[in-house]
Design a protein around this ligand. Structure first.
Ligand code: DGJ
Length: 735
C-alpha cells in the first residue's frame, strides 16, 4: 500500500486519486479533492472556512483545473447555509435541510459542525484507491472520517464513515448516514422497487419532486421484503438501456436502511443513505469507533445497460464470494416433497441427480427436530439435530448415499430462527427476540434469535461448524431467513437503541467466522424468497435466491430487474412446477443465471427428461459466458411482446441469446429483428438454436454468417411466435 498526503499528487495508470492544493500555507484558500475513475469524477472541495462540499459529480473533465470553475456556471438561488452541498451535513448549527449526522453530545448539547482536518489517498492496487477525509467539530472533541474506496475500471465508489469522540461521557448518535451525495440537474427521475413474498423487484419510475422521498425498511431481518435498497437516479430525463445519465445506488447492509432523496430549495438532489435510524439512537463511548456500512454507487452517461455492466463487473471482481469462480448446478427437494420425506424417498431423489446431470442434491427444510419434529413450519427451528424418524441414519448416511450415486450433497438451514415449539426456546427463552411484557407475534410461526448476544452468535456459528465438522463432505449450504422482526427487544442489551444495528453486526460476525474457517463452501443467501439480497451479505455468499416465485413468465420480468444490480452468476434460478409453461420454457428461463431444478425427475415424461438432460449439457457449455461474460438487455418485456437478453464473452467471440414471447395474443411474435449488442462489428458470426425440444426442428438457418456490424445495426430475428415462445440462440465467431 502506498500513502500520499494532501500536499502531493498521486498518479498511476489505471488508478488515481489526486489531492490538488490550490492555496499556500497550512490554511489553504481551497483544497480540491477529485475522486476520478475511468469515466467519472466526484470532486470535493474544502473551502477557506474548512467546510467540505461537493462541487462536481458526473462525467470527468479532461482538465482537472476546471473543476474549480464548475460552481460559477450555476446561477441558482442563494444557499443560505454555505453547506447545502456538504459531503456530510451536520445538524444543529447552520443546517436547514436533511442532515447526514445528528448527535447529542455528552453535555446534552445537540449541535454539530464538521470542519476539514486533512485527507490521505492510499493506492490499494492498480485499480483501487482509498481516500480518507478527516472532519472535526471545532467546539466538541468529535470526529468523522469519510472513506471513499474507488474502483477505477468499474467506475464504482464505495463510501462509508467512521465516527468517534473523546468527550467526557457517552454521545448519542441519532443519525449516522454512510453517504451524503449532491447532484445537479434540471430534472431527476427515480427508479425504485417494491414487492412482497413472490412479488420481489417490482419496478416503479417517477420524477422526483421537491421535498424528501424516502426508501426504507424497518423489518430488521429480510429487510428487502417490501423494498430493497437498490435504486437508480436518472438525470435530466429517464435513462434508457443505451442512453442517458444514470446513477445506481445500493446500501451494503442487511438490516434496516434509509435512503432520503431530497430535492432541495435550490433544485439539487441530496442523497442521504445509510442504516435506518428508526428506533436506533446509538450511544457511543469515548474512544469507541462507530463504522457505518458502505453505500455503493456507479454512474453512466450511456444508459442503464452500461451502468449495470459496471456494477456486475465490480460485484464479480470485488464483492460476491468467489465471484470469478464456478458454481454448482443442483436438484432441490423442496417443491418435490415439502416436509414429507424419509431416507428412502430422498435416496430415490438423490439417484435422479446424476440421471438429470446436475452437480449435487440439496435437502431443504424438514430434516430436523425430535421432541418437536419439523413436519410443518410451526416447529423445531433451533433444534438442528436430524429427525430420527425421517433420517434414522443421519445426514452422514445421505452424504454416503450421494457419494455412491456419484453426486454431492447440500443442506438447507435457517440458523437465525427459533420456533416457539422447540427445545431451544425452552432452554434459552432469553435468546429469543420478543417483548418481555407483550404477547408474542409470529411471522411464519417463528421468531428470531437475538444475534446481538455473543452467546447466540456462538450458537449460530456452532450450528454451521457442527454440521461441517461432522460432515466435511457437505457441498453446499442454503441459508434461509423467513421472518421479519416483530417486538424488537433484546434481553442481552442494556440499550435497546442498539438492537437493530447490533443484530446485523452479530450476523456479520458469525458469517465472518464461518468464512474464516470455511472460505470456499458455496452458500445461497435465501430469505423466504428474495427478502435479503444485498451486497453487505453477498460478500459471504456465492449466490442468492431471487424469489419463491419461479413461474418462468414472472421470472423473466424479475430476473430482468435484478440483473441491473447483480450479475447472473449470483442469481439462483430453478426449474419448478410453478407456471403453465412447457419444461423447455421453464428451463430456458432458469438457464439465465445459476441453474437448478426443483421437480420430481422420475415423474418427467421421457421426452421432457431427455430435453432437460440435453439442456444441462448445453448449459455446461455456455455457463462460463452467462456467469462471467457481459450482459446486454436487447428487448424489454415491459415495452413489447418480446424479451431478449444477450450474454457475450470478453473476447466477443461467443455468446448466447435468450428470447421469449411474453404476450400470447393472436399472431404475436418477433415481427422485427432484434438488434444485438456487445459484438465486434468486424467479426463474422454464425447463429444456432440450442435447447430444442426432442422432435422439433429449428427454423433458424445455422449455416448463414453475419457480421457483428449487421447484427448490431439490422439485428436478428429469433422467429418467436405462439408455437415458438422460447428460443435460445448460441452464436460463435467464424473465421
Ligand atoms: C423459503 C425458501 O425461499 C424456500 O425455497 C424453501 O427453502 C422454504 N423457505 C423452506 O421452508
Amino acid at each position: 500500500m502506498k500513502k500520499t498526503d494532501q500536499f502531493s499528487n498521486y498518479f498511476k495508470p489505471g488508478a488515481f486519486a489526486i489531492a490538488l492544493c490550490l492555496g499556500l500555507g497550512h490554511l489553504k484558500a481551497q483544497t480540491i479533492i477529485p475522486i476520478e475513475t475511468a469515466n467519472n469524477a466526484l470532486v470535493l472541495q474544502a473551502g477557506s472556512n474548512k467546510d467540505v462540499n461537493t462541487i462536481f459529480f458526473g462525467k470527468k473533465l479532461a482538465n482537472k483545473q476546471e473543476y474549480a470553475q464548475v460552481a460559477g456556471q450555476y446561477k441558482q438561488t442563494s444557499d443560505y447555509t454555505g453547506q447545502l452541498n456538504s459531503i456530510y451535513t451536520p445538524s444543529g448549527s447552520r443546517n436547514l435541510v436533511e442532515p447526514a449526522i445528528t448527535v447529542t453530545h455528552a453535555d446534552g448539547n445537540n449541535s454539530l459542525d464538521l470542519k476539514y482536518v486533512d485527507h490521505t489517498v492510499t493506492a490499494i492496487d492498480d485499480n483501487v484507491s482509498l481516500l480518507k477525509i478527516r472532519l472535526k467539530d471545532p467546539v466538541y472533541n468529535f470526529e468523522v472520517t469519510m472513506f471513499y474506496k474507488s474502483f477505477y475500471k468499474q467506475d464504482v465508489i464505495e463510501q462509508w464513515t467512521e465516527i468517534k469522540h473523546n468527550e467526557k461521557g457517552e454521545v448519542v448518535l441519532h443519525k449516522y448516514a454512510s453517504a451524503n451525495l449532491h447532484l445537479k440537474s434540471p430534472h431527476f427521475w427515480l427508479n425504485q422497487y417494491h414487492g412482497d413474498w413472490a412479488k420481489e423487484m417490482q419496478p416503479e419510475q417517477s420524477e422526483i419532486t421537491h421535498g424528501i422521498k424516502t426508501l426504507d425498511s424497518k423489518l430488521g431481518t429480510r429487510a428487502n421484503l417490501f423494498q430493497p435498497s437498490v435504486f437508480m437516479i436518472s438525470m435530466d430525463k429517464p435513462a434508457e438501456e443505451n442512453e442517458g445519465n444514470v446513477l445506481y445506488g445500493a446500501l451494503e447492509w442487511s438490516g434496516n436502511f434509509k435512503i432520503d432523496l431530497e430535492l432541495d430549495y435550490q433544485d439539487n438532489l441530496r442523497i442521504i443513505a445509510g442504516m435506518n435510524n428508526y428506533a436506533s439512537p446509538y450511544s457511543l463511548k469515548p474512544g469507541e469507533v462507530f463504522a457505518t456500512p458502505a453505500f455503493l454507487y456507479t454512474f453512466s452517461d450511456q444508459g442503464k445497460g452500461a451502468a449495470s455492466r459496471k456494477l456486475q463487473n465490480w460485484a464479480r471482481n470485488y464483492k460476491i464470494l468467489n465471484g470469478k469462480g464456478d458454481r454448482l448446478t443442483l436438484l432441490n427437494n423442496w417443491e418435490a416433497t415439502y416436509f414429507d420425506f424419509n431416507e428412502q424417498k430422498l435416496a430415490e431423489l438423490l439417484k435422479d441427480t446424476k440421471k438429470l446431470g446436475v452437480d449435487f442434491f440439496l435437502l431443504d427444510d424438514g430434516w430436523f427436530g425430535n421432541k418437536y419434529p419439523r413436519n410443518s413450519d410451526n416447529a423445531a427451528l433451533g433444534d438442528w439435530q436430524e429427525n430420527k424418524q425421517k433420517l434414522p441414519n443421519g445426514i452422514s448416511s445421505l452424504i454416503k448415499e450421494a457419494d455412491q450415486a456419484g453426486t454431492r450433497f447440500g443442506i438447507w438451514i435457517e440458523p437465525e430462527m427459533v420456533s416457539p415449539k422447540s427445545e431451544l426456546y425452552e432452554k434459552h427463552p432469553d435468546w429469543v427476540v420478543k417483548q418481555p411484557k407483550r404477547p408474542e407475534y409470529y411471522f411464519r410461526q417463528q421468531l428470531e434469535l437475538d444475534l446481538s448476544n455473543p452467546k447466540v452468535q456462538d450458537f449460530v456459528f456452532g450450528v454451521i461448524d457442527g454440521l461441517m465438522t461432522k460432515n466435511p463432505k457437505l457441498a453446499y449450504i442454503k441459508w434461509d431467513c423467513n421472518a421479519v422482526i416483530y417486538n424488537a427487544y433484546s434481553a442481552h442489551l442494556k440499550n435497546q437503541g442498539h438492537f437493530y444495528i447490533d443484530y446485523v453486526r452479530g450476523l456479520y460476525s458469525v458469517l465472518q467466522r464461518i468464512r474464516a474457517k470455511y472460505p470456499a463452501v458455496p452458500m445461497m443467501l435465501c430469505s423466504g424468497g428474495g427478502g435479503r439480497v444485498d451486497y453487505g451479505a453477498l460478500q459471504y455468499f456465492t449466490e442468492f435466491w431471487p424469489s419463491d416465485n419461479t413461474d418462468p413468465l414472472e421470472r423473466i420480468f424479475m430476473q430482468w430487474e435484478y440483473s441491473y444490480f447483480y450479475p447472473a452468476i449470483s442469481s439462483s434460478n430453478h426449474v419448478t412446477d410453478w407456471g403453465k409453461q412447457s419444461i423447455k420454457f421453464r428451463t430456458d428461463v432458469a438457464m439465465m443465471g445459476k441453474l437448478g431444478f426443483d421437480i420430481v425427475v422420475s415423474k418427467l415424461p421421457h421426452e421432457e427428461l431427455q430435453f432437460c438432460q440435453e439442456a444441462i449439457k448445453n448449459y455446461n457449455e455456455v455457463k462460463p459466458i452467462i456467469w462471467h461474460g457481459d450482459q446486454y438487455r436487447l428487448a424489454n418485456p415491459r415495452s413489447g411482446s418480446v424479451a431478449s437478453m444477450l450474454y457475450v464473452n470478453e473476447q466477443k467471440t461467443a455468446g448466447v441469446i435468450f428470447n421469449y414471447l411474453v404476450n400470447y395474443r393472436y399472431e404475436e411474435g418477433s415481427k422485427y429483428p432484434i438488434k444485438l449488442n456487445g459484438l465486434d462489428a468486424a467479426k463474422k458470426y454464425q447463429i444456432k438454436e440450442i435447447n430444442l425440444f426432442p422432435g422439433t426442428k429449428s427454423s433458424i438457418d445455422s449455416t448463414k454468417t453475419y457480421t457483428g456490424d449487421f447484427l448490431m445495426k439490422v439485428g436478428f430475428n429469433p422467429n418467436l411466435n405462439n408455437n415458438r415462445t422460447s428460443v435460445v440462440l448460441k452464436f460463435e465467431e467464424v473465421k
